[in-house]
Design a protein around this ligand. Structure first.
Ligand code: HEC
Length: 237
């Protein structure tokens, strides 16, 4: 009897460690091998609750050359304003600790602040991220629109396609707005990426009717998915 429960414990233990998208299980695993080293985040945050369910806003540790978090801990869902949280650091190969958003594969989608593990002092690695707007739409603006799109879709008199994607202007120009060629439909239909012109354009769908190839502009598939998920989750500001 005793042996049997030990075997069960061993099996469940192994399953627990193998399940990799459960934050608290990962935390327990980290505790088991606790190295005593800890990362400590201090930040003043807003917009965390705007993320759709496919994503987690986390304090995460990454190893050299990998986009997948080795360990991560979600910020409390209702975090707003001053936040402090810690993450146990285990393993030798860690290179950075970041305040970031990961998807269900624990792959980094965007990073807001980062500190190299080499700055560890007395077993504590401090990440002071300051004021951070973590909003999902702000992220898309900074990650994609400002850097990649606004040079053609800027302010000024004649943005390409009559569409401005500059910060502060893009939301109103996209959400619920018909194309400058009305037969192309609405640029962003909240809750429905597939019918939205923005979705068709960034996927290079010829049915968009747009005569300028945008298909290779956004390099990462996860970034295109981020925009689709934002639209499907209601295209909130
Ligand atoms: C090198 C210049 C250039 C860049 C960079 C660019 N575009 Fe465009 N875009 C155009 C042109 C030109 C058109 C108009 C083509 C047409 O109307 O047939 C257009 C049209 C569009 C339209 C259709 C607008 C409408 O109302 O019909 C959308 C949506 C769009 N672009 C999104 C984007 C996004 C998102 C990015 C960044 C990932 C981007 N564009 C980057 C040149 C660019």
């Amino acid at each position: 009897m005793k042996n049997r429960s030990l075997i069960f414990a061993a099996i469940f233990g192994a399953l627990g460690l193998a399940a990799c998208d459960e934050g608290d299980i990962q935390e327990q695993a980290a505790d088991v091998q606790a190295s005593g080293k800890v990362a400590q985040l201090t930040a003043h945050v807003s917009g965390l609750d705007s993320w759709s369910s496919q994503y987690s806003v986390v304090l995460a540790a990454f190893a050299e050359g990998s986009d997948y978090a080795v360990a991560q801990k979600p910020l409390p869902e209702d975090a707003e304003g001053d936040v402090q949280t810690t993450l146990n650091l285990t393993g030798d190969a860690l290179t950075t600790v970041e305040l970031c958003v990961t998807n269900r594969l624990r792959q980094r989608v965007v990073s807001f602040a980062s500190v190299p593990v080499s700055q560890l002092q007395a077993d504590t690695l401090r990440l002071d991220a300051g004021n951070v707007d973590l909003g999902m739409f702000t992220t898309i603006q900074e990650l994609v629109f400002t850097g990649t799109c606004a040079r053609c879709h800027g302010l000024g008199n004649s943005p390409a396609g009559g569409l401005t994607l500059a910060a502060g202007e893009s939301y109103a120009a996209l959400v619920g707005q018909p194309s400058s060629h009305p037969e192309r439909g609405v640029r962003v239909v909240p809750g429905n990426a597939t019918v939205s012109l923005l979705h068709k354009v960034i996927h290079g769908d010829p049915e968009s009717g747009v005569k300028f190839d945008h298909s290779n502009m956004i390099k990462e598939a996860r970034t295109i998915t981020l925009i689709d998920n934002w639209i499907n989750a209601g295209a909130n500001p």
